[in-house]
Design a protein around this ligand. Structure first.
Ligand SMILES: [Zn+2]
Length: 808
């Protein structure tokens, strides 16, 4: 069998060397990241290096606006992953600005008016990763947290000081007094330099809050585990892994001496566990009336972890055996959730739910809605919306009592994730999904579940949190994406916040931003740490305001735009239809490129033209159309589709982009040339390849990084050196499923590179080795998004389609 389907390309296309192909440059030299114009009235452009200044003399067009004919320029990918564009600010401001890993805007130059934004035809919004693990975070303890008296903005690097005693708010422009205490700088231990305080020097900062930021004493860390123990659950073998993981990590759960834990198991009945200090062993209490659930001994079901650790450990050791022989197939998940909600209501906390089948008994029972014959339908996909509002309502109740619900779904069968997922979505929880989980038949899923659990149990957590996003007067936030409940117009209720959660918001321009050179955005996250401290993490982003379309285009952040469009398309799929959402994404590419052509390009020329900063836009849109969440015509299980949509909504942008457009590298010829050196480890840096079968070679081995999963594709005629030195086998036929550790230079290089990729994200991507015979070969090939398939256009065909629409 051949490799697959080679795309048919018009003559000359494949080998066209682009007339303006960007020569490989050091990433820091990428012109797109350099400031290129002067903000109107601003204090002058940042320093251009002599060579760039010379370039800009030759042509007045900044790199971001270099005209690219997509139909001719084939090699669009930069050699290394794409950095976020740098806003066009003075160096002084940019040095203080928030990291793009935490705060990004789809347009790094903000249009002065809504009509200008409408003309640009690009979405305006923010992408946030507010609780990201940070290696450096300034923390301020102060009895006075300085905020604007009018709009409550936290003082930040982008306010202006009128004199030593007064500062002007950068969001509402009110002039505020500088409090006496703020005159002293604890860092330099000097007096009279308010502008040198850490609050004014750091765009990301955390405050330890005084008592006025507490509605009640900070809650302790409370963890409740709700476990499916039906016959189906026991068959999967997940309970062993869960119990062992919790045993292994029990001393690393975030918390202090007040930390509480509890357990509920369920099948057709609900089982509670009395873990009160003094008992010789845990006591199981069965409640079989699932219609009107009550707590048998409310005070001894959630216990202090330190005081009752031995009983908890006893329970975890005995749980898997307890249900070993169960024949109970029914699942009363809804009642179990109600019981768990009752138990957590007085304190708030985190509920972790493990479910392996469609709940089929009592409240919240669901029926299968998936027709397997429709999985490959090219028509509209049904049942993307929940079947019942039970889970959403319960989630809102949970939110009101500061309870977040995380759902771990491990199942071979349809579970109606569209309905079940609501329990996490509105309570600010997360959804983890392990399709076809089985302890024997699916070792890769078991490994992923183990690694995910370790991260989940030990990562930082914030309780009883709220997040507010403010922006400069004139701008207005209107739609939020992620997992939360919107309590009031700009306040998100987050019973828990975790470092792996991303958010997005859409914005509009309500009032003209005339005479403004810069605008600011501030996200403030108020939470209770696992040690019972009330803390506020504040991020402030500053962006220039521009009044020309070309400046708006020059500042476009194509990855942020793609991430926001994906969130909008998920909503559209549920509220309207999948085909509507797909059309909207295609139109986004057509409209913006048409606007560019009509309003920005000064010299008309043939072809499909894009500014360099948007050159990947059609590729990303095509990738979205072929992504599991949005594709049609390719067999896709409904739960897989819904899960992909959930992920697009709450994954931080960096991971969402990999899900949409995976990174492909050749790895059988890794060298140390251009390698990174981190902690005395040499990390090879192979270049990014286009996602096309044309880039594969049977003599090579290729790594595809799709975010939560990686594939290592081995060519049939792969060089014997790679087989023996990296895979440890003599022939292609003997290629293993997993990567072994060999003491060879080739093996070390390969593992160093894969390990480095894995280290850049908090979750654990599983690695599958792909041969011709592999079941997962289809998943690998489906990511070759530049190629044509039976049901979808090739990248070149898609470009022709766009061009046709634009020149209509
Ligand atoms: Zn203000």
């Amino acid at each position: 069998r051949h490799l697959g389907h080679y795309p048919s390309l018009p003559p000359g296309y494949q080998n066209t060397s682009a007339p303006h192909a960007t020569p490989p440059m050091h990433p820091a030299m990428q012109a797109a990241t350099q400031p290129y114009t002067q903000p109107p009235g601003g204090p002058g452009p940042a320093q251009l290096s002599p060579s760039l200044a010379a370039m800009s003399l030759q042509s007045s067009t900044p790199e971001a606006l270099r005209v690219v004919n997509l139909l001719q320029e084939r090699n669009l990918l930069p050699p290394t992953p794409i950095p976020a564009p740098t806003p066009c600010l003075t160096q002084d401001l940019q040095k203080l600005n928030c990291s793009p890993e935490v705060f990004r805007c789809t347009l790094t130059s903000i249009p002065q008016t809504q009509s200008l934004l409408n003309k640009a035809k690009m979405p305006l919004g923010l992408l946030l990763h507010p609780f990201k693990d940070l290696s450096q975070l300034p923390v301020v303890t102060s009895s006075t947290i300085v905020r604007c008296r009018s709009c409550r903005t936290y003082i930040n690097p982008f306010v202006s000081f009128l004199d030593q005693r007064r500062w002007k708010c950068n969001l509402c422009y009110r002039v505020n007094d500088v409090p006496e205490e703020f005159m002293y700088n604890p860092v330099s231990r000097s007096y009279g330099e308010p502008h040198k305080r850490p609050e004014v020097q750091n765009a990301t900062i955390e405050f330890i809050a005084p008592s006025e930021y507490m509605l009640r004493p900070p809650q302790p860390a409370v963890y409740l585990f709700v476990l499916d123990v039906s016959h189906n659950a026991v068959e999967t073998g997940y309970l062993n892994v869960f119990c062992q993981s919790l045993l292994d990590n029990i001393n690393s759960l975030p918390g202090d001496s007040r930390t509480k834990v509890g357990f509920i198991t369920f099948d057709s009945t609900i089982h509670f566990y009395n873990l009160q200090e003094g008992l010789s062993q845990p006591q199981m209490l069965i409640v079989s009336d699932i219609e009107d659930i009550f707590l048998p001994t409310p005070d001894s079901l959630l216990v202090n972890l330190n005081e009752c650790k031995e009983l908890v450990q006893d329970l975890l050791k005995s749980l898997p055996n307890l249900f070993e022989k169960t024949m109970e197939t029914q699942s009363a998940l809804g009642s179990a959730l109600q019981a768990a909600f009752k138990l957590l209501s007085p304190t708030g906390g985190r509920m972790s739910v493990f479910q392996t089948q469609l709940p089929n008994l009592g409240v919240g029972a669901l029926q299968s809605r998936e027709d397997p014959n429709q999985r490959a339908s090219a028509k509209d996909i049904q049942h993307l919306a929940p079947a019942t509002d039970f889970y959403k309502k319960l989630a809102l109740d949970c939110s009101g009592q500061q309870v977040a619900v995380d759902l771990f779904l491990l199942s071979a069968q349809y579970c109606d994730l569209a309905s079940l997922g609501c329990i996490s979505r509105y309570s600010a929880g997360s959804v983890y999904y392990y399709p076809s989980y089985h302890h024997q038949h699916n070792p890769a899923q078991v490994e992923r579940f183990q690694k995910d659990l370790k991260r989940y149990l030990t990562r930082k957590i914030g309780f009883e949190a709220v997040m507010r996003i403010r922006c400069t007067k004139g701008l207005s936030i209107h739609t939020f994406h992620g997992n939360f409940f919107v309590r009031s117009t700009d306040l998100l209720s987050l019973p828990n916040v975790n470092p792996d959660a991303g958010f997005a918001v859409q914005m509009s321009i309500e009032e003209n931003l005339d005479d403004m050179q810069i605008v600011s955005f501030q996200a403030a996250l108020l939470y209770t740490s696992s040690k019972g401290e009330r803390r506020i993490r504040v991020h402030t982003l500053c962006l220039p305001v521009v009044n020309s379309l070309s400046d708006i285009f020059a500042g476009a952040d194509v990855q942020a735009i793609t991430g926001l469009l994906a969130c909008m398309a998920v909503d559209r799929s549920v509220t309207a239809s999948l085909s509507d959402a797909r059309d909207a994404m295609t139109n986004a590419a057509i409209d913006s490129l048409m606007s560019y052509r009509q309003s920005v390009l000064t010299v008309q020329q043939p072809g499909l033209l894009a500014p360099a900063c948007l050159r990947l836009f059609p590729l990303y849109i095509l990738a979205l159309l072929k992504q599991k969440g949005f594709r049609t015509g390719t067999s896709t299980r409904l739960d897989d589709r819904v899960f992909a949509m959930l992920q697009l909504k709450y994954q931080p942008l960096a991971y969402a982009i990999l899900m949409v457009h995976p990174a492909l590298y050749r790895v059988d010829d890794l060298t140390d040339e251009g390698a990174l050196n981190i902690n005395e480890r040499t990390i090879p840096q192979p270049r990014l390849l286009q996602l096309s079968v044309e880039k594969l070679s049977r003599e090579g081995a290729f790594l595809m990084d799709a975010g939560t999963v990686m594939y290592l594709w081995i060519g049939r005629n792969c060089h014997p050196n790679f087989l023996t030195q990296v895979l440890g086998v003599p022939s292609y036929a003997a290629v293993p499923d997993n990567l072994v550790e060999l003491d060879t230079a080739e093996s070390q290089r390969t593992r160093a590179f894969i390990g480095w990729l894995r280290d850049q994200r908090p979750f654990f991507p599983s690695l599958h080795i792909i041969r011709d015979e592999s079941q997962l070969k289809a998943s690998f090939m489906q990511n070759m998004i530049e190629d044509r398939t039976e049901s979808a256009l090739s990248y070149y065909e898609f470009l022709l389609h766009l061009q046709q629409q634009i020149s209509k």
